[in-house]
Design a protein around this ligand. Structure first.
Ligand SMILES: [Zn+2]
Length: 289
């Protein structure tokens, strides 16, 4: 008798779990306006060539993130964007951290990493009035220790040096591998991305340094790419912060165990498909599935 009861309860429990999993499988999060593609750029070190680069991005309505070692504005000012022009030049884009002094963070003591990051955060807050939540590891140097210090300082994403041409979202935004450096045949990758018909959110992230363009006399590489990729209805043009914070909000949404509600715990409106239908759930609200 007891066995029968246990078997019945287990069966009901399994059915409920299966039901909830089915619902989870039927919920597909998307970027705003139910887009499944996103394009962003990550350019480091604030060389004066950023002026021309930003002009190109603005011409094609692209959004980019500029990772800048805050202390370099004063300690290495040669050919550097000035503090006075930060807020006007990068308007509409994201200014993010890059180690206050661009030191290889992996080689530093935990307390030194903490000091580097705090100095960057405080410095940018003074200039932009905004608390940065984005980072790029100087020289791509990171470790588990560095990641935990970043996390403790409220940083939600950090770009590494590397190449991942799958267009998949990073599992861990604190180890965000870009799609490609701009020298990595981005026009071909761009074509591949334009032709992609994704079933879930994807991303293309191009990175580099603006000084590489005048040095190699190849400004056309980035201008041609922007012309190729601009104005597409199915692409979310966004800064890295926009993308990371939105995707993390989706990942933090909770589908109740009984599969009946989806709770948005974030301060953003979330877009998703449910059984193929386009649905939104407002910030800090529940949607009944
Ligand atoms: Zn750098």
């Amino acid at each position: 008798m007891l066995n029968k009861i246990i078997i019945t309860f287990t069966a009901i429990f399994c059915l409920l779990i299966c039901h909830a999993n089915n619902i989870k499988n039927n919920v597909v999060f998307a970027y705003p306006d139910w887009k499944l593609k996103a394009l962003s750029f990550s350019y480091d070190d604030a060389h004066i060539a950023d002026r021309q680069l930003v002009a190109i991005f603005n011409k094609y309505n692209m959004k980019a993130t500029f990772h800048i070692p805050h202390a370099w504005l004063t300690t290495k000012p040669e050919n550097r964007i000035t503090e006075a022009e930060i807020n006007t030049l990068y308007k509409g884009h994201e200014v993010a951290g890059h180690g206050a002094n661009h030191l290889p963070l992996k080689k530093l003591k935990k307390s030194e990493v903490d000091a580097e990051i705090k100095a960057d955060i405080d410095g940018w807050k003074k200039i932009t009035g905004k608390t940065i939540i984005g980072y790029a590891y100087p020289g791509g140097s990171y470790s588990q220790n560095v990641i935990s210090v970043l996390k403790n300082n409220g940083i939600i994403y950090s770009r590494i040096v590397g190449r991942d041409t799958t267009f998949s979202l990073p599992e861990n935004f604190l180890i965000w591998t870009p799609t490609s450096h701009h020298t990595g045949n981005i026009s071909k990758l761009g074509e591949k991305y334009l032709n992609l018909k994704p079933e879930k959110m994807t991303v293309m992230l191009v990175w580099g340094h603006s000084y590489e363009f005048p040095r190699k006399n190849n400004w056309h590489v980035i201008e041609d790419f922007c012309r190729q990729m601009c104005g597409k209805d199915d692409i979310f043009y966004a800064t890295m912060e926009d993308i990371a914070s939105y995707v993390i909000a989706c990942r933090n949404a909770v589908i109740a165990n009984d599969g009946k509600t989806l709770k948005n715990n974030s301060d953003k409106r979330l877009y998703f498909f449910y059984k193929g239908k386009k649905i939104t759930v407002e910030k800090n609200s529940e949607y009944i599935l």
